[in-house]
Every structure is written in C-alpha cells, then in structure tokens.
Design a protein around this ligand. Sequence first.
Ligand code: NAG
Ligand code: NAG
Length: 342
Amino acid sequence: MELHWQLLTFIVCLQSLRSAGFILQEERKCTYGRIEKLLRIRCYDLDLKEVPQNLKTSVEVLDLSHNRIRKLKSGSFQKYTDIKFLMLYDNMILSVEVGTFEPLTSLQEIDLSSNGLTTIPLELFQLPRLRNLYIDSNELTSLNLQALEKPVRAPLEYLNIANCELQDLPNLGILPKLWQLNASMNPLRDFKIDSLANLCHLQVIDLTKSQLSQCGCQQVTNHLMMLGASPKFVPVCMEALDIRECPLPYNRTIHSATFASCQTTVELAETRSFWLFGAGCFGGVCFVLLVVIFCVVHCRRKRAQRRLRNVQRRKPFVISPKNAINNRQPEDEPLHCDIARK
Ligand SMILES: *[C@@H]1O[C@H](CO)[C@@H](O)[C@H](O)[C@H]1NC(C)=O
Ligand SMILES: *[C@@H]1O[C@H](CO)[C@@H](O)[C@H](O)[C@H]1NC(C)=O
C-alpha cells in the first residue's frame, strides 16, 4: 500500500514537472529522406509556427503540413528555391506576404488546403512550372482576380478549389492544360456555363454538392458529353429541361472564340515544341555528323602521320646485296643506293 502511494506521488510529480516544461519532451526534428531521388524534408506535425530557416537549402520536397503556421512571409522560402513539391495543408495560414512564392520557380505542386486563406495569392498563377494547385477547404470569400495577369503563366493541370465558399468558378483566363477541376462543395449560385470555355482540355470536373441550377447541371452535362469528358462527378440532373428554357451551351463553350483561342494556345505550344524538337533533332544529327566527320578526318590524319612516322622510323632500306650479305647497320652506310654507285 505504502509503495503504491509513493509510486502515485512520483507519477503526479513527474506529470506536473512535465507540464511545467521542466522535463524536455524528446526534441522533434524534421526528418530527411529521398523520394524518387528528390531530397525530401518532413516537418510534419511539429507544432511549427513559422517556416524553419535552418533546413538544407537544396530541399526539393518540403512537407510542412499539420503545423501551426499562421503567416507566410516574403522571406519564408527565399533560401529554398529548389522546392518542387510543397505541402502546407492543415495549418492556420491566414495571410501570405507579397513575394512569398516568387522565388519558387521550380515549384510544380503546392498544397494549401485546410487553412484560413480568404484569397488565392495571385503570384502562384505566374510560377512557370506550377502544375498542381490544392487550395480546397479555405474560405475564399474575398477572392478578387481583378489584378490577375492573363493568360496566367503557370501551366496548371490540376486545380482543387473544393469547399471554399465560392459562388462562381474563378475566372483565371484560359488554362489550356487544365484537365481536372474540383469545385465540389461550393455554393455555385452564380455559375455560368461560359466559364468552361477557358478549359479546352478538361477531362474531369467535380461539381458535387455545388448547388448547381437545373439548367446549369444540364448544360454542364451537355458540354462535357460534347467535349468527350467525364460527367461522372456532375450531379445527376433531376429533370430534362426544354431547349427554350435551357439552351444548348455550345455556342458559349465549344463554339466560342475563347475556346478556339485556348486550343490555338495549345496547338501553338505543340507546334513550337514540334519545331523545337525538330530543330533539336536536326542539331543533334548535325552534331553527330560533325563528330563523325571530325573523327574520320582526324583518324585518317593520324593514320597518315603514323604511317609517315613508321616510314621515318623504319631503318633506311637499301637494296643492296652487299648489305644483305654483310648485315651492316645502316648508320654505317650513308643513305644511298648502292646500285647507283656501281
Ligand atoms: C474533390 O475534393 C474533395 C475535397 O478535397 C475530395 O473529397 C474529393 O474526393 C475530390 N474529388 C475528386 C473527383 O477527386
Ligand atoms: C446561341 O445559340 C442559341 C440557340 O441555340 C441562340 O438563341 C443564341 O442567340 C446564340 N447565342 C449567340 C451568342 O450566338
């Protein structure tokens, strides 16, 4: 009984010491590793309040999710310009200083979901390599895209703006490479079918729980079918509306000038890359040819030189029966033709 009491007091003391901070909890640090040859640093769930500045600067995958970061500052990522994948989900980010993401010119994917953002930092759309943007579960109530430079520079392929209190799809201008858009769980009361004209390569759009109107639902489905995209995540339209009530959407989507310009952007890029590829191939072939020619010429010259050297090195050959008989060294005999002397 006595022992039990002692043990209990000991535990109580230990607990109170720990809660008072006297006993340091084992220090938790970011862990280093590699993922597909990329340098990955995981600072997952460490109660961080800021982006740590003492990490290896060559980090390529940085996981800062599940922390308590409230603010991103313009210097937060200044050192880490090699980041390709950045996870910041499940923090408390309320504000992002201008210039925070600007140094991240290698960034391909960023996950800012489940934060307290009220707008999307516009500089994200100008990052030259950004393909995937997750910003779902924020309250983008003050999203204002007036200052957005269009067309955006980021080659966005995936965009998740689910659960963001949006009343309309944000107008980001043409996004020729976007193939998946998740706008589910938004009260899209102001949705207009025209906004899909910007997305000429859309394959999947999630509009579940988005409070689409009957006509909106029908038009989106029509549009997707015409585009050959999947209406799998579009809510089932409850009643078929007459064309007079709900016109076919095509002259506002697929047959619009915006859609055409979206397509030409892609075609232009494709032709450009085709020509670049062609030029590259041509250059490559030229280079190989040059190398071959150089080798042939060089080898031939070398061979000729070697032959010449061999000829020079070879002992002077004198056709002389006398030489053959006496086996004399040619040094003893000046170079001449014995026969001529006779
Ligand atoms: C869209 O995003 C929500 C929230 O992140 C997710 O639950 C849902 O699975 C996503 N939809 C698709 C089609 O990926
Ligand atoms: C689009 O087509 C409908 C008929 O389907 C027509 O009433 C409407 O005027 C057209 N709109 C434009 C802008 O051409």
